[in-house]
Design a protein around this ligand. Structure first.
Ligand code: GTR
Length: 331
């Protein structure tokens, strides 16, 4: 081997070491993502998948640093930090945005969607775009929506089978005006609490009931504390993945494209797995003694007649009315 090729090899080796050093010094951007679900939840698994795809698509320039279990604070805090530009990314339930986005208040109206397909058709259309532009006005870029199935009530006192069963129950809700109003109109008392405080609130008797989809009911262990789960399916508000305007602005156009593509792939992945995750969670809950009340066993007409009163409260003008009529008409 001559002197020149030895020098070239040394140079190549040096460059490789330098590249590693640059990466370990933090040249590859880690986008911090606030997530309030535990690692075993399908949302976290989808985000992990997204992080891998993001690293591939951005050729190692970007990946996610997923902070699970609400370690960066509850959803309201995460949303406030996104708006302020002090947090890169957050995955929150859309209900968290309902105080700032008028469209989300409408979307949160109870029993609005007939099915999962109905909801996705609405979100994939003009109404989904309206949410995206309202979020942008608040300093957040929507990267994708994730499935959140339907939410149903669970209690440690009794199975909810009719309006009468709500009487006297203190029911935990997310911090959303529609959710609070729903509980009051059904005769219960709404108690707003962050997600990670729900288990303790059941334990110390602050609440008697809550509501959520089955994967959340099971992955949080709430099913061990409130064993009556009544499948009334009152709300279908999806999850949303957002990035703050300031973090977005720091990405190159190619990185922005990679981030959007990776987010979309993870949402498609999750939509496929969601139904399975619901079935498995419900099976686990039943196996461990949860008393499941099917929708057909619930006096839904009575409950819906109270819930529908919220429509006149939250639909405040003819434009909103037209929006809701269009949603109801959509296939
Ligand atoms: C879950 C959702 C969480 C949180 C939680 C809650 O379904 O994934 O982000 O919103 O509900 O009830 O607080």
């Amino acid at each position: 081997m001559n002197k020149l090729s030895i020098t070239r090899m040394t140079l190549r080796g040096g460059l490789a070491i330098l590249a590693c050093m640059i990466t370990s010094l933090g040249y590859a951007k880690d986008l911090i993502l606030a997530e309030n679900q535990p690692p075993e939840h399908i949302l976290v698994q989808s985000e992990q998948m997204m992080s891998g795809r993001l690293a591939d698509l951005s050729k190692g320039a970007l990946k996610l640093d997923i902070r699970v279990n609400g370690q960066l604070g509850d959803e309201s805090k995460a949303w406030a930090s996104i708006k302020a530009g002090t947090l890169d990314m957050a995955r929150v339930n859309l209900a968290t945005l309902s105080k700032d986005l008028p469209s989300v208040k409408l979307l949160s109206l109870p029993y609005l969607f007939r099915s999962r397909d109905h909801m996705w058709n609405v979100l994939d259309g003009d109404f989904g775009q309206r949410i995206i532009s309202e979020a942008e006005k608040n300093g957040a870029i929507v990267l994708t929506y994730y499935d959140s199935g339907t939410r149903s009530f669970y209690s440690n006192k009794r199975a909810i089978r009719s309006v009468a069963d709500f009487k006297g129950l203190r029911i935990r809700v997310q911090d959303s005006p529609v959710n609070k109003e729903l509980i009051s109109s059904l005769g219960g008392t709404p108690v707003v609490l962050p997600y990670d405080k729900v288990a303790d609130a059941f334990r110390d008797g602050t609440i008697d009931a809550a509501e959520n989809n089955t994967p959340s009911y099971v992955s949080t262990g709430h099913y061990k504390l409130a064993k009556y789960y009544s499948l009334d399916e009152h709300s279908s508000v999806p999850e949303v993945l957002v990035i703050s305007r300031s973090a977005w602005g720091k990405l190159s156009p190619a990185e922005q494209t990679a981030l959007r593509a990776a987010a979309k792939e993870s949402a498609t992945y999750m939509r496929k797995l969601w139904a399975e995750s619901e079935t498995q969670s419900l099976a686990k809950a039943k196996k461990e003694g949860v008393v499941v009340t099917e929708k057909s066993q619930i006096a839904m007409e009575g409950i819906e007649s109270y819930a529908v009163k919220l429509y006149s409260k939250f639909i405040t003008d003819s434009k909103d009315l037209e929006t809701i009529v269009n949603i109801l008409r959509q296939k």
